[in-house]
Design a protein around this ligand. Structure first.
Ligand SMILES: [Zn+2]
Ligand SMILES: [Zn+2]
Length: 368
């Protein structure tokens, strides 16, 4: 049985990267190894010993790109966490768990009307859970939303960290899209840490066709093994050229020119342009990726197409056990998409992942 520590070891973001408004000069962000006290646990709270925490694009946005945290730094980043409960609520002690990336308040009108994934009082480790985040030895969290892993079938516990956010946000997105068996799906950004799960989960839930769009051919080839039926390499092509390729695939394979559900996962302007250009009759565009870019679109087309554009955020904790089951039953694969590294490499790992999107999701395992 794991021990209750005296202190929590953690890699705090003391300061995010900042830019001088006048000179444009960048001051690099700072991550520092710290020891912080183990807090008094409230009723229903537990202390989780962290096995692994995934490095997400969102963390890099906080650290490098001026995306503000709800709780101002210093705080610890990281919201994709798996670990073992070591203290607090007795019925949880010793259990292996996934901590949901966003934990709703369960009291507000949004929560009561099924929209808890976008609860305005929600807590997210590494953002709005006080100073606590996943790049730590331990984290205090409420137990109510924990997802228990009863039998991990030989998969290392740390790998389950990717289910928090990377694999569950896509599940919420396909639910939001009301994906039905037989639907046809496009995933713009199918090679990314989140995008590839949109492809896998759509297929697992019965999508007839999944078409992936992205730039990295090696990762596109991998997508063909995990959910995608066709891929389009978007390198050096504009949105119209890609849309034409898409229509050609439809023609050649007898696929309809209406009703496509298009998921935009890149959060970039080129990705959004592609998705909007592909949106057609009775189509649905689901915005999964976040970015600050602005795009131009004749919204009158939505009327002519009888089409929709919707956004989706996070994932309800009640969906986590469903996604966990899909992983354990082999309906979706996480093992091919995870790489683990010691948590002490956090600074180098952040820098590397910020420069070039990694081939696999990097999960940091505490070694300090
Ligand atoms: Zn994430
Ligand atoms: Zn709420």
């Amino acid at each position: 049985m794991a021990e209750i520590p005296d202190k929590i070891q953690t890699w705090q973001m003391v300061q995010p990267t900042s830019k001088n408004r006048e000179t444009g000069e960048l001051t690099p962000g700072r991550l520092e190894k710290k020891e912080i006290p183990v807090p008094e646990l409230g009723l229903g709270d537990v202390l989780v010993e962290i096995a692994g925490c995934g490095v997400c694009h969102t963390d890099l946005g906080f650290f490098y790109d001026g995306v503000p945290n709800v709780n101002t730094p210093p705080l610890t980043l990281g919201h994709e966490i798996a670990g073992t409960v070591v203290a607090g609520d007795e019925k949880w002690i010793g259990k292996e768990v996934i901590i949901p990336a966003v934990m709703p308040c369960r009291k507000c009108l949004l929560c009561k009307t099924g929209r808890g994934n976008r609860c305005l009082n929600q807590k997210m480790p590494g953002n709005s859970l006080g100073i606590y985040g996943g790049f730590s030895s331990h984290i205090p969290v409420p137990s109510v939303d924990l997802c228990e892993i009863k039998d991990r079938k030989g998969i290392p516990l740390s790998h389950f960290a990717v289910i928090a956010d990377a694999a569950t946000t896509p599940y919420q997105a396909v639910k939001r899209a009301n994906l039905q068996p037989g639907d046809n799906v496009v995933v713009v950004g199918i090679t990314g840490g989140v995008g590839q799960y949109v492809g896998q989960i759509s297929k697992a839930l019965g999508a007839k066709t999944v078409i992936g769009v992205a730039r990295n051919q090696e990762k596109l080839d991998r997508a063909l093994k995990f959910g995608a039926d066709f891929v389009i390499n978007s390198t050096d092509k504009d949105a119209r050229a890609i849309s034409k390729e898409f229509r050609n695939i439809c023609k050649e394979h007898g696929l309809p020119n209406f009703g496509w559900k298009i998921f935009e996962v890149t959060g970039t302007k080129p990705g959004q342009d592609i998705a909007l250009t592909m949106l057609g009759f009775t189509g649905k565009l689901v915005v999964v990726g976040f970015g600050l870019a602005k795009v131009e679109y004749a919204i009158g087309r939505l009327m002519a197409f009888d089409a929709e554009i919707i956004g989706t955020w996070g994932c309800l904790p009640e969906y986590y056990p469903i996604v966990l089951d899909m992983v354990l039953n082999g309906k979706i694969n996480i093992e091919e998409f995870v790489e683990t590294r010691p948590m002490s490499t956090i600074a180098e790992t952040f820098a590397e992942a910020h420069k070039v999107p990694p081939i696999k999701r990097i999960v940091l395992e505490p070694d300090f």
